[in-house]
Write a protein that binds this ligand. Structure first.
Ligand code: C2G
Length: 132
């Protein structure tokens, strides 16, 4: 069984998230998604609208996702890849190069981001409608 892993906050789920999850799954048979804990989001200077538990429930409902684990720190990726026997690490290409150190442990794939959508954009658009 070929195992794939990807990481992210996945807040306010949108088509860009679904695209990368669907494409990540195409690299194997089993997709693990490590979603950032609320505490790790604070380290990333991100504040998710949905809590970790809510984001976990939402991600587990996606057909491409086989398992959701928590991401507590930047440094857990090597351990995750080894512990979960991962063959392929996939991330959006806004991260291109950042995780090349994982090439010693698994295949590393950066996929093009979906243009024109982001959680930040959704939040600012909603704020504008609210404020008229
Ligand atoms: N993404 C995408 N297209 C978008 C938006 C996001 O392909 N329009 C991808 C990102 O490249 C990332 C994944 O969706 O691979 C999750 O995005 P975020 O939730 O923004 O994750 P991020 O904050 O980049 O966290 O250790 C890695 C970090 O946890 C990544």
């Amino acid at each position: 069984m070929k195992k794939v892993i990807t990481y992210g906050t996945f807040d306010l789920l949108h088509v860009g998230h679904i695209n990368i999850l669907r494409r990540a799954k195409e690299y194997g048979d089993y997709l693990i998604v490590a979603i950032s804990s609320d505490e790790f989001n604070a380290i990333k200077h991100k504040e998710a609208y949905y809590t970790f538990e809510q984001r976990k429930i939402i991600l587990e409902a996606i057909r491409y996702v086989d398992e959701v684990i928590p991401e507590h720190k930047w440094e857990q990726k090597v351990e995750d890849v080894q512990k979960h026997d991962v063959d392929v690490f996939v991330m959006g290409d806004d991260w291109r190069g950042e995780f090349d150190f994982l090439k010693d442990y698994c295949e590393v794939v950066y996929l093009p981001r979906t243009v024109g959508i982001s959680t930040t954009q959704i939040k600012s658009d909603l704020n504008q409608t609210k404020n008229g």
